[in-house]
Design a protein around this ligand. Structure first.
Ligand code: TPP
Length: 641
């Protein structure tokens, strides 16, 4: 058959049934090509998907989806799954607005069993599905596919602990490429490395299991009966089979790039019953030499030329992450109390240089945001000044640890909250638009939001002199670096609001990156006779009320603008504040609506929701009452009518 044509027309799992081994191989290489070509145009998670092609083909050959449930951990590795479940014809729309999501989405396909994006929850979800199946008296398989990186997350351990205790049928496919985004860290990854090299054990064990399982009438019972012998073997050859000790049957390791071997192992796992873990060895970035050689660099990519690969753009302005990383290097040179904690995101949070320069001051704790925060609390309690660098969306995991272990005890932990605000193409699960809402109400916490790179640097210095926890939130993307501020080296004694544009009609309180576009909007409105005062808030909490009150007394009209949902965010804080002004003031909150914002380019989403400079200018104009909204002008989405 013409496989390429089939991918385009829509291939389904049942199509795999009749494919010969060589056709399956051909299919895998076609899928590989399609992924490289498409991701080079759209951007996306390249290396992870190249490494899971054969494994995905084997999964769909053995299991009968959507009746059998496959739950993908993180979900960034589902491009092949999407193409094998009838979405090949739309694959070029990957991550584009209104196109295919880069993650599983239940409303995109019945084959996507669960919306994912945040790691380490697949076993919990699959276990819940397995229990529901048992209670309904059904007999479908439930499979969780989880990477060795995601397996470092606490939730995965909690679920394994529970699964080992339950004896319900569930298959956990561990996709072990020895990489998280960067090289995987921690005791578990060392344990897996030992298992990877235990060839003799592998042959003994999979041979025993699958061989016996194939004989009619001899299955589970006999296989289980071998546990004593297996126990002997494992203790002789591989010390400490952690999964078996937790009550799971461990199978493998299996070559995750060998479809036939994978099919055999998955069939055997199905027959074994109970909680089974199939350990598959794969190579991240497989089949594209550039990503094989630098899987970390090709984990998540923007568009690139497939011949040349990703080019480093040294001439371009730095991102906020890079400003953070290089400033932290400078600070750590001078101050030995500084350490930094990352939850498997050294590169993403701009800390690659720091890791090279100060390997003894950086702690990559794995995908373990909760642990990262309490770990930092311990360090802070004993005299260190730890920075915790985590994306806004992933820090959600550590709400309780921030509140109880850090804020309640007023410990000087500094949270570097990267990717705060809309991030774009990664969609709902990655938009960092909730952090102000989950942090504003935490007592003792100082919250700062820089509008450019220079402010970020100053805020990092300032955070060091605050007697208590500080959160600095900054967005994805380039950080402008105003010339005059680069040379400022003295430590700022205070960070507070600054009037950036003076005006009479409206007071605009702008948070972080929204400041520059509010200034633009104000300047455009000047020509229309609308006078907008723009204040760069800088310190979101505790609010420095003097400047704000003075402006509000003049305009009697405040508009808050934040790259966060309006509900429970900065605007709500201002509403509370204004109640004590003792004079009437109208308040309008601008930010993201009370919704999950889907994928698309940052710019497209901001335009759609009226959060770009033009949209803001229109909204300020309407609010001023000086310009009647034209009948045809559409209101941005989420805006109250
Ligand atoms: C809670 C959480 N923290 C961080 C991330 C960011 N992240 C996405 S993929 C990934 C690495 C996953 O490694 P692994 O599970 O081994 O999959 P691989 O990409 O290597 O196939 C990380 C850290 C996330 N998705 N969720």
């Amino acid at each position: 058959m013409n496989i390429m044509k089939t991918i385009e027309e829509g291939i389904f799992p049942s199509d795999l049934n009749n494919m010969k081994p060589e056709e399956l191989e051909q299919l895998c290489s076609m899928l590989r090509k399609k992924i490289i070509n498409t991701v080079s145009e759209t951007g996306g998670h390249l290396a992870s998907n190249l490494g899971i092609i054969e494994l995905t083909v084997a999964l769909h050959k053995v299991f009968n989806a959507p009746r059998d449930k496959i739950v993908w951990d993180v979900g960034h590795q589902t491009y092949v799954h999407k193409m094998l479940t009838g979405r090949g014809n739309r694959f070029e729309s990957l991550r584009q607005k209104d196109g295919l999501s880069g993650f599983p989405k239940r409303d995109e396909s019945e084959y996507d069993t669960f919306d994912s994006g945040h790691s380490s929850n697949s076993i919990s979800v699959a276990l819940g599905m397995a229990v529901a199946r048992d209670r309904e008296g059904l007999n479908n398989s439930v499979v969780a596919v989880i990477g060795d990186g995601a397996m470092t997350g606490g939730m995965a351990f909690e679920a394994l602990n529970n699964a080992g205790d339950m004896n319900t049928d569930i298959i956990i496919v561990l996709n072990d490429n020895a990489m998280s985004i960067s090289k995987n860290r921690g005791g578990l990854s060392k344990h897996l490395a030992k298992l990877r090299t235990s060839d003799r054990y592998k042959k003994l064990k999979t041979g025993l299991k699958s061989g016996l399982g194939k004989i009619p009438g001899v299955g589970q019972g006999v296989t289980k009966g071998l546990s004593t012998m297996r126990d002997m073997v494992k203790y002789l050859i591989v010390p400490g089979i952690m999964f078996e000790e937790m009550g799971l049957t461990y199978m493998g390791p299996v070559d995750g790039h060998n479809v036939a071997e994978m099919v055999e192992a998955l069939e055997a796992a199905k027959r074994a019953g109970g909680p089974v873990l199939v350990h598959c060895i794969t190579q991240k970035g497989r089949g594209y030499s550039l990503s094989e050689n630098s899987p970390e660099k090709y984990h998540g990519v923007g568009p690139f030329n497939t011949e040349i690969g990703i080019e480093s753009n040294v001439d371009n302005p730095k991102t906020f992450s890079e400003v953070f990383g290089s400033k932290l290097c400078a600070m750590a040179t001078r101050d030995n109390r500084i350490t930094v904690v990352t939850a498997a995101m050294t590169d993403g949070t701009g800390l690659s240089r720091f890791a090279r320069q100060f390997p003894e001051k950086i702690y990559d704790v794995g995908i373990a945001e909760e642990h990262a925060v309490s770990f930092a609390a311990g360090m802070a309690l004993c005299g260190m000044r730890p920075f915790v660098a985590i994306y806004s969306t992933f820090l959600q995991r550590a709400y309780d640890q921030i509140l109880m272990d850090v804020c309640m005890q007023n410990l000087p932990v500094i949270f570097a909250i990267d990717r705060a605000g809309i991030v774009g193409e990664d969609g709902e699960t990655h938009q960092g638009i909730f952090d102000l809402s989950y942090l504003m109400h935490m007592p003792n916490l100082t919250i700062l939001a820089p509008s450019d790179g220079a402010e970020l640097r100053r805020m990092m210095d300032y955070a060091m002199i605050v007697d208590g926890p500080v959160a600095i939130r900054y967005p994805k993307g380039k950080a402008s670096m105003p010339e005059e501020s680069i040379s400022v080296t003295r430590v700022p004694e205070q960070i507070g609001p600054e009037v950036r544009v003076e005006g009479e009609d409206l007071t605009v309180l702008a948070v972080g990156k929204m400041t520059r576009r509010c200034i633009k909007a104000a300047e455009a409105l000047k020509e229309k006779g609308i006078s907008v005062e723009v204040i760069d808030v800088r310190k979101v909490k505790p609010l420095d009320t003097e400047v704000i009150e003075r402006s509000a007394r003049k305009t009697h009209h405040i508009i808050t603008v934040e790259d966060n949902v309006t509900s429970g965010g900065f605007g709500s804080e201002v509403e509370d504040l204004a109640e004590n002004f003792g004079f009437a003031v109208k308040i309008k909150k601008i930010g993201w609506p009370d919704e999950f914002i889907p994928h698309g380019k940052q710019k497209e989403l901001e335009e759609q929701y009226g959060l770009d400079a033009l949209g803001l200018a229109r909204r300020f104009a309407r609010a001023s009452g000086k310009v009647k909204a034209s009948v045809t002008e559409t209101k941005p989405e989420g805006e109250e009518k």
